[in-house]
Design a protein around this ligand. Structure first.
Ligand SMILES: *Cc1c(COP(=O)(O)O)cnc(C)c1O
Length: 459
């Protein structure tokens, strides 16, 4: 039975990341409210928001501290033009970000979503080289299966065919290097012990294209949309060395992994590096409002700083640049991190989640690997454990299990044959246990159903 709200939605709304025809059988779930890790639909059914509403939520839905900060700011100043004007929430946020991000990232450029932050970093890198009399440095190097957002520049550096294949004629000609693949490692290494021989693949590209390369862009530690591919920090630190050696910028796209997701405030900390640009968004406002920033160095900033007539200014603006509501909310988020020692909590809860999930999922015949970094967990489903043969993509195994889990009140997400969760940090250990158990039951139920169908087909 389809509800009135669902019917009205389908008449006018076009949803992201969806084939709308799928909604005929599976209409959108109408969420009325949220509290903590739970979302409640129009019938009062509760769902554990195990994907933090796509990485953005950190401290639960309808968080009182954040909601109060937002309401207070809304009564004082909701927005003001950001060219020639400023305000306290933006200034304080910039100060704080400069303090907590890796040493040397002193300048903050505001935008309003992750893709825009990526656009800003690409444009700044390009213009920097132009102004430093290196006009041939016009290209970007990115990893295969990278995901950096879906505006045209961001899609250009992205490598997931599902998103950019159809738009190829419109995109920049990005140079691509095969990235680390620790589950199917071509060098037969184990992530715990490896010294990243796969760096040689990107090194070769850097060497060959150094004259024309402006920047390399990566998602440090976790290539999310690629299927939650996780790789060791050593790769990031070696890449940073290579970038310096070949005079190419490094853009760390921490839009997804920033703000504690990998177990440290920023993923780059684990590699002990300062990139030339760091893109941040998603968790920045704890899931409240769209906001992003690009952090960069004095060296980059100085290349744009000159008399007006030199035309060296960086021209990139959004109507909502530096929105005071979003900045005030971000400040509250960072204050909560400090007051409640969330990095320690993430490490503690993450360790518990990893131990339990590894134990539970390792018993499943079709789980090739359970992997986890910080509080991001991923289950890779495979047809055959010995050969690591994947399920055929037309079976949409991940999507089928996702639907079963939803019926059971758990919102996780599929990426092909990979299921993943990264719950809000306010989750309790009991709730972590429920999340893992429901995920496991859903996988089991799907596989049993599949087995039965195969039997019928054989008869
Ligand atoms: C989500 C994401 C983006 C894009 O951010 P939007 O706010 O969705 O535009 C960019 N890079 C990475 C790594 C992301 O995960």
């Amino acid at each position: 039975m389809i509800s009135d709200m669902q019917r009205r939605d389908l008449r006018h709304v076009w949803h992201p990341c969806s084939q709308m025809k799928d909604y005929e059988e599976f209409p959108p779930i109408v969420i009325k409210s949220g509290k903590g890790i739970y979302l409640y639909d129009e019938n009062g059914k509760a769902y554990i928001d195990a994907v933090s509403s796509w990485w953005v939520n950190l401290f639960g839905h309808a968080n009182e501290r954040i909601s109060d900060a937002l309401a207070e700011q809304a009564r004082q100043l909701e927005h003001v033009i950001f060219a020639n004007f400023t305000h306290e929430p933006a200034v304080r946020l910039a100060e704080k970000l400069a303090r907590i991000t890796p040493e040397g990232l002193t300048k903050v450029f505001f935008a309003d979503n992750g893709s825009s932050a990526v656009e800003v970093a690409l444009k700044m890198s390009f213009q920097y080289h132009k102004q430093k009399n290196k006009p041939n440095k016009t290209r970007f190097l990115a990893l295969s299966n990278a995901y950096h957002g879906e505006t045209l520049g961001a899609l250009s550096v992205g490598g997931v065919g599902l998103y950019n294949e159809v738009f190829q004629p419109l995109l920049l000609q990005t140079i691509r290097a095969e990235g680390p693949d620790c589950f199917r490692c071509p060098f037969q290494e184990r992530p715990e012990s490896c010294n990243t021989p796969c760096i040689s693949i990107i090194e070769e590209k850097l060497k060959r294209h150094r004259e024309e390369l402006s920047a390399v862009i990566i998602e440090p530690l976790i290539q999310a949309a690629a299927g939650m591919k996780m790789y060791p920090p050593g790769y990031v630190s070696r890449l940073k060395q290579l970038c310096s050696q070949y005079d190419v910028h490094l853009i760390a796209d921490e839009v997804a992994v920033g703000f504690g997701r990998t177990g440290t405030m920023f993923a780059c900390e684990q590699a002990g590096i300062t990139p030339d640009f760091m893109c941040l968004s998603k968790g920045l406002t704890g899931g409240y409002l769209p906001l992003s920033v690009v952090m960069t160095t004095d060296e980059i900033y100085d290349a744009f700083y000159d008399e007006y007539e030199t035309m060296k200014a960086f021209l990139h603006s959004h109507s909502y640049t530096g929105n005071p509501l979003a900045c005030r909310v971000a400040l509250e988020v960072l204050q909560i991190f400090e007051d409640e020692k969330y990095i320690e909590q993430i490490q503690d809860k993450g360790a518990y989640m990893k131990e339990l999930a590894s134990q539970v999922f390792s018993g499943q015949p079709h789980v090739g690997e359970y992997r986890q970094t910080g509080m991001v967990g991923a289950i890779e489903l495979i047809q055959d454990k010995a050969t690591k043969e994947p399920f055929p993509s037309e079976e949409r195994v991940g999507y089928q299990i996702y639907k079963i889990a939803l019926e059971k009140g758990l919102l996780l997400r599929p990426l092909g044959n990979v299921l993943y969760f990264m719950p809000p940090y306010v989750i309790s250990k009991e709730e972590i246990q429920s999340m893992i158990m429901i995920a496991n039951e859903s996988i089991q139920q799907y596989l049993e159903r599949r087995q039965d169908q195969l039997k019928v087909l054989k008869k």
